[in-house]
Design a protein around this ligand. Structure first.
Ligand SMILES: [Fe+2]
Length: 354
């Protein structure tokens, strides 16, 4: 029986790795299909199922490490976060998902508001600053991402760009690159700024960066950084890890990073995070998974796969990142920030941004 025909796991551990030849694999596949056709069993043959809106290359290393450590057969369905949330809602109490993992606090909190999550307070939660906790322990951040400014070293004196407000100043007219405003991190950053600075300041900021960017509005962060590296634009507004990724790929790229507002409020952040689904069939395993992600070992993997900041400040971070204590983050509650998302979208629309 196949209740959710499109919901097949991407990987069947042990099946492809057997090494007993093409025929054995084909036979096993045929058998699996036959069993699936005959028996009314769940689509997932796993003891823990994670719906992940985080890319496969970031999700899989965590899943693998968890599987190795606990022996719990864990599988992930990796898809667009919004699609996963819709699916979770449609599936209701029939869902196979035990954990909902996202790269966007807004989606996680929407799941909470729709009653799709259940509370869990991991023993490791005390290591995580409270601004990274979801309401009522319904979700928790796994890693943090700073909104930063990337600059071309030949075109910009970084001393002149200290704050987010600086990239909205007229002197950068035609010299700034941004992503399309529907980008989740763009919206998350604006929502954080609303909570941090108030709406008037955010309106001025949006009007300024819209003018400065003109038609230099890119589909995602990577092309913003490429354009900065080529000197087509002087500055770009991005998530910090895209800078470190670009530098890892091209160590001599003439780009630098500015963590803004260090003298005042600190850089605004967005998060990745996770929660246990309300109808989890494997709630105990799901709790173990949350524990693992928040443990020193899990934090290291979870953050390092993408140059992100661990939410446990004691965990060692990727050596390419600034040392702990050298960068200040705005202490805006991620939960409060999600409340401002609708307003952020309204302000962005009112400004007529692409
Ligand atoms: Fe991203």
């Amino acid at each position: 029986m196949s209740r959710f025909p499109s919901l097949r796991p991407r990987r069947m551990p042990g099946l492809a790795a057997g090494g007993s030849g093409v025929f054995a694999v084909a036979f096993a596949l045929a058998l699996a299909l036959l069993c699936a056709a005959l028996a009314p069993r769940p689509v997932w043959a796993a003891d823990l199922v994670v719906y992940s809106g985080r890319g496969e290359r970031f999700t899989e290393p965590v899943i693998q490490a968890f599987r190795k450590k606990t022996g719990i057969a864990t599988q992930a369905l990796v898809a667009d976060t919004t699609a996963l949330l819709t699916r979770l809602e449609e599936e209701g109490d029939r869902t196979e998902a035990d954990v909902f993992l996202t790269n966007y606090a807004g989606m996680l909190d929407l799941a909470r508001q729709k009653g799709l999550l259940q509370p869990y307070r991991s023993a490791h939660v005390s290591n995580v600053p409270k601004e990274f906790h979801g309401p009522d322990d319904m979700w928790i951040a796994g890693s943090a991402r700073a909104r930063v400014i990337v600059y071309n070293k030949a075109l910009v004196d970084p001393k002149k760009v200290r704050s987010m407000a600086d990239i909205a100043r007229p002197e950068w007219d035609g010299k700034l690159g941004i992503t399309i405003s529907s980008n989740a991190s763009f919206i998350g950053g604006v929502a954080a700024m609303i909570k941090q600075d108030g709406e008037d300041k955010v309106r001025r900021f949006l009007a300024g960066i819209k003018r400065n960017a003109g038609d230099r509005v890119y589909p995602s962060h990577t092309p913003v950084i490429s354009a900065v590296a080529r000197g087509e634009i002087a500055l770009g507004l991005v998530n910090h890890y895209y800078f470190y990724r670009a530098l890892a790929a091209e160590p001599n790229a003439p780009i630098g990073i500015i963590f803004p507002d260090q003298d005042t409020t600190g850089a605004v952040t967005t998060i990745t995070g996770l929660g246990i689904t309300r109808h989890a069939r494997h709630a105990a395993a799901a709790r173990q998974f949350v524990d693992f992600v928040l443990s020193d070992e899990g934090q290291k993997i979870f953050a390092e796969v993408n140059f992100e900041f661990p939410v446990n400040p004691h965990v060692e971070r990727d050596p390419a990142l600034p040392k702990p204590g050298t960068v200040k983050f705005a202490p805006v509650s991620q939960a409060l920030q999600t409340e401002a998302i609708d307003r952020a979208v309204e302000l962005i629309r009112a400004e007529g941004m692409q």
